[in-house]
Write a protein that binds this ligand. Structure first.
Ligand code: H2U
Ligand code: ZN
Length: 345
């Protein structure tokens, strides 16, 4: 019997993180009798007097939000990192080491409308969010080496509030995953003299099997090494190190492709699709970072319906991540999803 990636168990390599993932495509027909999550309420009011993110409302510590009409940023009232924390390096032996961290955490509201999600906003409105992400990266990048922009969407991903919002945590050190991506891209650049994610995007565009969407500036793929069932990677087609480097056309194209991706996600199981997403760009460390390519990751937990998610447990906590449905099959299902939001049908 000859080996077949679509039928036989195998491991795939993730060059960004230098790790492997176990793929078990033969298992996709196993019966399911596990947990079923309840569906979130579908329609929300345009304005919620009890929401701490809606315009004009008070937040937990009493500050009042302005009557904003597009986007709005504020310093997180419960920030995980602080700009003026004392600095120290503790422990000179390898078992009990600690480093202090300085940083700043912000919350960013994508829209004044409590009832929308990015998927339901227009490309023009999404463009304002992109411009704000870029401005925040410039500003925080002058003071911190890593600027992590992210969104936790949906209660299943731990979002505390359905109002469309994301967060930014900027820190004076690279987090573990950021440092591994830096290392992975550097190792590839040292070895081949080209940029890992540029080469990858070019080859994925040619192969086509894992492509979900493509326009003049961007490509969306389910990565060859995806861990989450419908995980995607948003990649620029030209060399871009950071969000602020994107020109007007690239930003316009990004708004368009983000809108389509998020609509497809919502249409997959006819539910407002939960995910964590975030941007990775070159560190702000004053170095050239020629090995870096800007990209966004989308990590959605849903597996087989609006209520059945993937759990990262057992073998995955103890040995390595595992998936059943192949990245190629996931990409095909996302390609087949309509580009018109299910709530408009
Ligand atoms: P999440 O939904 O991803 O948890 O983001 C909401 C953030 O908003 C969360 O980090 C902050 C929380 O600390 N927050 C405030 O800064 N002020 C508030 O009044 C409530 C919540
Ligand atoms: Zn609100």
């Amino acid at each position: 019997m000859s080996f077949d990636l679509t039928r036989h168990p195998h491991r795939r390599y993730n060059p960004l993180l230098d790790e492997w993932i176990l793929v078990s495509p033969h298992r996709t027909k196993r019966p399911w009798q596990g947990s079923v999550e309840s569906l979130p309420q579908v329609r929300r009011p345009r304005y919620d007097p009890d929401c701490y993110l809606c315009p004009g409302n008070s937040r937990a510590h009493g500050e009042r939000n302005p009557d904003y009409d597009s986007t709005f940023v504020f310093i997180n009232d419960f920030a995980a990192v602080l700009p003026d924390a004392p600095t120290a390096q503790i422990g000179d032996n390898s078992l009990f080491r600690a480093d202090s961290v300085r940083g700043e955490a912000r919350v960013i509201c994508f829209s004044p409308r409590h009832d929308l999600t990015l998927a339901e906003m227009s490309p023009a409105e999404i463009r304002l969010v992109i411009d704000l992400w870029a401005e925040q990266t410039v500003e925080l990048g002058t003071r911190f080496s890593w600027v992590q922009i992210f969104e936790n969407r949906g209660a299943m991903m731990g979002a505390s509030n359905p109002h469309p919002h994301g967060q930014i945590w900027a820190t004076d050190s690279l987090g573990t995953i950021a440092a591994r991506e830096d290392q992975g891209q550097r190792a590839y650049h040292d070895r081949y003299g080209t940029i890992l994610l540029r080469d990858y995007a070019q080859q994925e565009a040619q192969i086509g099997d894992r492509c979900v969407l493509e326009n003049a500036s961007w490509l969306v793929v389910v990565p060859y090494w995806a861990v989450w069932p419908f995980e995607t990677l948003l990649l620029p087609k030209s060399s871009v190190r950071r969000l602020p480097d994107l020109d007007d056309d690239q930003r316009k194209d990004m708004a368009g492709i983000l809108k389509l991706l998020l609509v497809k996600y919502d249409n997959l199981f006819a539910v407002s699709f939960p995910y964590s997403m975030g941007w990775h760009g070159a560190p702000h460390d004053g170095k050239e970072n020629a090995h870096w390519q800007l990209h966004a990751h989308f990590f959605p937990p849903l597996l087989r319906s609006a209520t059945v998610k993937k759990f990262m447990v057992g073998y995955e906590m103890l040995a390595e991540a595992q998936r059943d449905i192949t990245p190629e099959e996931a990409a095909r299902r996302l390609r087949d999803c309509s580009e018109r939001h299910f709530t408009l049908r």
